[in-house]
Design a binder for this molecule. Structure first.
Ligand code: ZN
Length: 130
């Protein structure tokens, strides 16, 4: 009997890697950024700041780390739906995978809408808007 090697030992396939959205959509994001340049992208901060770099989204390291945690939390929620959606890509209408794909798409869409609504509400409350 041959024991399997530890998958992480000398394995180039240990982590899934993929181009970031910021790299993939760089040209479009230059025209339509996700944030207002010079306003902190952390919705709980949202303060004006002077850009040290033109790509800077957060006013401080603390806000960047908060932002990265927020992205991770949303990513953990979205990942199973993204996977289920893709698993059902070629499913026929009577296949249960087709139904799973529909629920996954709705979940992903609702998650994105709720997240954006939450961010805007936080920014509005900090900026004194209504
Ligand atoms: Zn900030």
């Amino acid at each position: 009997m041959t024991l399997m090697k530890n998958a992480s030992a000398n394995a180039p396939h240990g982590h899934f890697t993929f181009e970031s959205f910021y790299d993939c959509a760089a040209a479009q994001l230059d025209v339509t950024p996700l944030h207002v340049p010079g306003v902190c992208f952390n919705p709980l901060c949202s303060r004006d700041f002077s850009l040290a770099r033109n790509w800077q989204r957060y006013c401080s390291t603390e806000c960047r780390l908060i932002g990265e945690r927020e992205m991770r939390r949303v990513g953990v929620l979205a990942a199973p739906a993204v996977m289920a959606f893709e698993m059902g890509r070629r499913a026929q209408a009577d296949d249960p995978l087709s139904d799973l794909r529909r629920v996954a798409r709705n979940y992903r869409d609702n998650l994105g809408a709720a997240w954006l609504r939450d961010r805007k509400a936080k920014q509005t409350s900090l900026r004194g808007g209504g």
